[in-house]
Design a protein around this ligand. Structure first.
Ligand code: BTN
Length: 286
């Protein structure tokens, strides 16, 4: 009922009376009143005027399936969303769901992770309500060795989405970090289940530091957030929707074309690693 009432409120530009809502949904006015109270407790600002009814004036930056879907313009990515307040790791959960048969495009997202994971076994700080911690399940018809291309595509999509919405100078640090002013703002952890010649599923885990104010002391030299760089707060669901839209477009082209050719020029234009000397660090050394 809460979802339905919220949807009605979001569609209105003028006040709508409690009676109209209750008639439309076939519920009592007390139910409508209770739901409005709950929504206000969750942080929705709802103006109420005598004889006019209710008007939603502000929505909180909370991550729910409904909030994301209200701004999503994709065909497949995010058609099914599992949104949680707290999980160990969205990648871990997404892998479980994928092995139970979850469809391509399923998104697992959380306000906080208690055991967020980065590459090379590192931990990934994922504080409550201030970042985007999400994992997308894919079932690409590609060979296992071509899955790394999907990570490149994700990095490009995130970089472009950040630029579009924040106008910050985001760049890709090859292969798949996104940096602003030389500091990391996003990381990607891609994991897959595959056999010799066939991919069962891929989980693309994306962590974006959005409204984090305080970067832990040990990471201050190398990490940052969008709000630190842009000196303002950003609405996370808008960034999620934009990332998924860009990602879906590039992914479709990659699968159809069978190569990275469709995105190569865009990738190169945003990649700060080109023309620079690099140090490659992996689990075997440097
Ligand atoms: C890295 O740069 O080391 C990759 C970081 C990936 C972090 C994201 S947050 C959402 C998803 N769940 C995880 O446990 N990790 C990824």
């Amino acid at each position: 009922m809460k979802t339905k009432i919220l949807k009605i409120l979001k569609q209105q530009e003028e006040h709508i009376s409690g009676q109209q809502i209750s008639d439309y949904l076939g519920v009592s006015r007390t139910t409508v009143w209770k739901v409005i109270k709950e929504l206000r407790e969750e942080g929705y600002e709802i103006n109420s005027a005598t004889n006019k009814g209710y008007l939603l004036t502000k929505s909180p930056d909370i991550i729910t399936s409904d909030e994301i879907k209200s701004v999503l313009k994709t065909k497949c990515f995010g058609t099914k969303i599992f949104a949680y307040s707290e999980v160990t790791s969205t990648n871990k959960l997404a892998k479980e769901k994928a092995s139970q048969g979850a469809q391509e495009g399923t998104l697992v997202i959380a306000e906080a992770q208690t055991a967020g994971r980065g590459r090379l076994g590192k931990a990934w700080e994922s504080p409550y309500g201030s970042g985007i911690w999400m994992s997308l399940i894919l079932r690409p018809l590609v060979l296992p060795q071509d899955v790394s291309g999907i990570t490149l595509i994700a990095g490009l999509a995130i970089c472009q989405a950040i630029r579009e919405l924040t106008h910050l100078q985001a760049y890709i640090k090859w292969p798949n970090d996104v940096v602003i002013n030389g500091k990391k703002v996003c990381g990607i952890l891609t994991e897959m289940s595959a056999e010799m010649e066939q991919v069962n599923h891929v989980v693309v885990g994306i962590g974006i530091n959005v409204n984090i104010k305080d970067i832990p002391e040990a990471l201050k030299e190398v990490a940052t957030s969008l709000s630190i760089e842009g000196e303002k707060e950003y609405v996370r669901k808008d960034i999620i929707a934009q990332v998924l839209m860009c990602f879906e477009r590039h992914y479709k082209a990659y699968i159809q074309e069978g190569s990275l050719k469709p995105i190569l020029d865009q990738y190169k234009a945003l990649c700060i690693t080109l023309q620079n000397q690099v140090k490659v660090i992996n689990k075997d050394g440097t």
